[in-house]
Ligand binder design. Structure first.
Ligand code: ADP
Ligand code: MG
Length: 241
């Protein structure tokens, strides 16, 4: 098996004349938690989009997952292969209970019996430490933090090898960010490789083993998180952006 779970080589995504992602290359080692930072509009979410094929693959470049080229695969095939991402927005089914939201994910994910689905749902809830009595609440009545837990649980339903999270800390208070920190570390330690886009640098510095900074669609700096954030070009990109 390949040591790198994900390999991106020369990935580009252009929207007309706008080079949203422009020649990005990096690898993600099996088992690591890799952070991705960058100013607003630097191409972070577009990078996730082109990796997962939702709603589109790259304009050019190669994406390999567990050694296989996936950049022309349809999105459902990518997620079934074990590469799953979350989005920046809130719960998709505000009227559905937390439990039934996970049931939708379990159903989307393939041919599980009801008993298998329930077992996965229970595992996913336990992985994110979701309160037993909250599971029957409609999603819209959950707290901001509980919605984040549900979003991550929903991604964990398919038992991904690689979990990609797009700004999960947005809208959270400091103590909630600390809880999220613990949660992400626990998920990572359970064997899930994590790719984490985040605005909250303190979280990235706390949980990431390596950090990549994007700026204007390209990799500005990569390496040890504490070194990367001291890089003068990185500081300039943040302050100047
Ligand atoms: P980030 O997530 O780093 O804030 P995005 O990846 O969302 O940045 O956006 C990068 C750039 O690509 C921005 O200039 C954004 O306006 C543009 N962009 C993103 N998605 C689209 C799209 N579907 N069509 C046109 N432009 C887009
Ligand atoms: Mg974004």
């Amino acid at each position: 098996m390949s040591e790198n779970i994900l390999e991106i080589a020369g990935a580009c995504k252009f929207f007309g004349g706008l080079k949203a992602v422009n020649g990005v290359s990096f690898t993600v080692a099996r088992g690591e938690m890799l952070g991705i930072a960058g100013p607003n509009g630097s191409g972070k979410s577009t990078l996730f989009n082109l990796i997962t094929g939702v709603p589109f693959g790259p304009t050019s470049g190669e994406v390999r997952f567990m050694g296989e080229r996936i950049d022309r695969w349809p999105a459902h095939r990518i997620s079934r292969a074990g590469l799953v991402r979350t989005f920046q927005k809130d719960a998709e089914f505000p009227a559905l209970s937390a439990h039934d939201t996970l049931l939708v994910s379990a159903t989307y994910n393939g041919q599980l019996s009801r008993a298998q689905a329930e077992a996965r749902i229970d595992n996913a809830f336990r992985s994110v430490d979701f309160g037993q009595t909250r599971r029957s609440m409609p999603s819209r009545e959950l707290s901001v933090y509980e919605k984040k837990q549900l979003m991550i649980a929903s991604a964990l339903i398919s038992e991904p090898a690689l979990l990609m999270l797009d700004e999960p800390a947005s809208g959270l208070t400091k103590p909630e960010i600390q809880r999220l920190d613990d949660l992400l570390v626990a998920v990572n330690r359970s064997g899930v490789t994590v790719l984490l886009i985040e605005h909250v640098l303190s979280l990235l510095l706390s949980v990431s083993q390596r950090l990549i900074v994007l700026n204007q669609g390209s990799v500005l700096a990569a390496g040890d998180p504490h070194d990367v954030v001291k890089n003068p070009q990185v500081i300039e990109a943040y302050l100047g952006g």
